[in-house]
Design a protein around this ligand. Sequence first.
Ligand code: MG
Length: 269
Amino acid sequence: MRICRFTTGEDPLYGVLTGDLDEYGQPGDDAVIVALAGDPLYVGVKPLDQEHRLEDVRLLAPVLPRSKVVGIGRNYAAHAAELGNDVPEEPLMFLKPNTSVIGPGDPIVYPRQTENLHFEGEVAVVIGRICRDVPPEQATDVIHGYTIGNDVTARDLQKSDVQFTRGKGFDTFCPLGPWIETDLDPQAFADGVRVQTHLNGDLKQDGSTSDMIFDIPTLVAHITSVMTLLPGDVILTGTPEGVGPMEVGDEVEVSVAGLGALTNPVVKR
Ligand code: MG
């Protein structure tokens, strides 16, 4: 099931997006959104007698992280190497504030404090229920679904500050969407799901989740050994190699096989 959040100009609603994706991960012309009563994370999937064509709505971030976005650094060896870092012995965690989240098509604002703004295309895990100390073999029980994330990073500030809060925490630095896929078999990520990032149509990142150093169940176990995760919290699982700068006026698109594509423009403050 593909859960989305959308507006027709009125108050936002959640919905289920129906129809098949084409070979580029885009919905077909027959795509229709069935509106839901409330947030399915909390009340389950309760369809309303209300449908909208996808082209008639604006999609919003499909989840509002209740407390946090947990990022994972250096989870692909080739990406760690391209920035001159060693592979960590344990998952390297950081937090992005939930105020950094934006939706599909929303602008990424280029802050005046940076001169090196990077994209990082990633698979995002959406947590479905409150959890602590989750063993890896039970991780799928606490996962609501998967979406796409762009872990936007002010690379110069990340380096100069040593810790990541400012470099990864600006408003608009966490595009999420376009929807949450709840039916994906997590084994697919271990087998290899393609993660690509295009900048103005040029392919910049082209990785496979099979190259993750720590798989998703391991990440859930590691994070929840430290902190409680709440429904709607999000884990960004790390980025493959090929990260690079974005400029004002650019358009960045992260696509993940089976999850669609997340596109955002970059604008001046
Ligand atoms: Mg990242």
